[in-house]
Design a protein around this ligand. Structure first.
Ligand SMILES: C[S@@+](CC[C@H](N)C(=O)[O-])C[C@H]1O[C@@H](n2cnc3c(N)ncnc32)[C@H](O)[C@@H]1O
Length: 267
C-alpha cells in the first residue's frame, strides 16, 4: 500500500466515529482465573494456588508491574498463566512470536529461573526493539514465519510452547492452523478478549500496519474461523473442544487463549 494511503487510512481508522470503543479492564477476578487455569491444565486447584503465592513474590522482587507495565503488554495475570504452563509442561523450548521490547520475554525468563527449568527461549520479531533481556538470556530471531511455520518452528525445535503475541491476520491463521495439526505443541495467544474484538473490522486483512486497539484485533476472528464458530464474539469460543484439542480463553486484561493438545492433558 502506498505510504500516503496507509497514513490516511490510519488517521481515518483512529478518528472516525464508531461504536467500537474498547476499555481494557484494570481488574482481573483472580479466583476465577486460578480455577480456570487448574481446569484447563487438569491440575489440582491447590497446586495453582501454591504457584500463585510464589509468583506474587517473584513479581514483587523483580518489580514487574512498575518496570514492564500491565496494559498493552503481557500483564502479570497473563504471565502467571504462562508460568503455570511452563510448570506443567517443563518444555525444552519456548518460542515467542512478537517480542517488542521484551517485556513478556523478561517475565517468561524470570519464571523459567524461579521454576528451575532448563527451557531455551527463542523470540521472533520483524524488528529489534529489545530493552528487557540480554542476548545470552534469549535468542532474538528477526524473521516473519508466516507461511513457513512448520519449517521455521514446528519441525525445527523439539516440541514445547509457542507464545504468539503479534497481530497480522495471516500469521495468526498460519500459526494456529499449523499447531492444530500437531499433538505435541502447546499454543498460547495474547489479545483474545471479546473486548479487543471489533465484530465489524474495516481494515484489510493483508495490511498489519493498520491494526490497533482502535480498529480492533483479528485474534478472535481467526479463532472463530479456524474453530468453525460464526460469530467471533460467541462465548462458546472461550471454552471449546475439538477431537484433539481444547481451547480456553482466560478472562485477563487482554484475554489469553490456551490451545492444548488433549493428549498432553491426559498424559
Ligand atoms: C504486541 S507487540 C508484542 C508485545 C510483547 N510480547 C510484550 O508482551 O511486551 C507485537 C510485536 O509483534 C511484532 N510483529 C509484527 N509482525 C510480526 C511478524 N510477522 N512476525 C513476528 N513479529 C511480528 C511487532 O513488531 C511487535 O513488536
Amino acid at each position: 500500500m502506498h505510504p500516503l494511503r496507509l497514513r490516511l487510512l490510519g488517521l481515518w481508522n483512529t478518528f472516525k466515529p464508531q461504536s467500537y470503543r474498547p476499555v481494557i479492564p484494570s481488574q482481573v477476578d483472580h479466583g476465577a482465573l486460578l480455577s480456570d487455569i487448574a481446569d484447563a491444565l487438569g491440575q489440582p486447584p491447590e497446586r495453582i494456588r501454591d504457584l500463585w503465592a510464589g509468583y506474587q513474590g517473584l513479581m514483587a522482587n523483580k518489580d514487574h508491574v512498575n518496570t514492564l507495565g500491565q496494559i498493552g503488554t503481557t500483564s502479570s495475570e497473563e504471565a502467571f498463566a504462562l508460568h503455570c504452563l511452563l510448570d506443567f509442561a517443563r518444555p525444552e523450548n519456548l518460542i515467542e512470536i512478537g517480542t517488542y521490547q521484551g517485556g513478556s520475554t523478561r517475565r517468561i525468563l524470570d519464571s523459567i529461573d524461579q521454576l528451575q527449568l532448563d527451557t531455551a527461549v527463542y523470540t521472533y520479531d520483524i524488528e529489534d526493539m529489545v530493552r528487557h533481556f540480554k542476548p545470552d538470556e534469549a535468542r532474538l530471531i528477526l524473521r516473519d514465519v508466516s507461511g513457513r511455520v512448520d519449517e521455521e518452528i514446528l519441525d525445527r525445535y523439539p516440541p514445547g510452547i509457542i507464545y504468539l503475541d503479534a497481530h497480522p491476520w495471516q500469521l495468526l491463521q498460519d500459526v494456529l492452523r499449523a499447531a492444530l495439526k500437531r499433538d505435541d505443541w502447546i499454543l498460547a495467544i495474547h489479545d483474545c478478549s471479546p473486548i479487543l474484538c471489533n465484530p465489524k473490522m474495516t481494515i484489510p486483512k493483508d495490511e498489519p500496519r493498520l491494526i490497533s486497539t482502535r480498529t480492533g484485533h483479528w485474534e478472535r476472528h481467526v479463532l472463530a474461523d479456524v474453530f468453525g464458530v460464526e460469530d467471533p464474539l460467541d462465548k462458546r469460543l472461550d471454552k471449546l473442544e475439538t477431537q484433539s484439542h481444547a481451547l480456553r480463553i482466560f478472562g485477563t486484561q487482554h484475554g489469553l487463549a490456551l490451545i492444548m493438545p488433549k493428549a498432553l492433558i491426559r498424559a
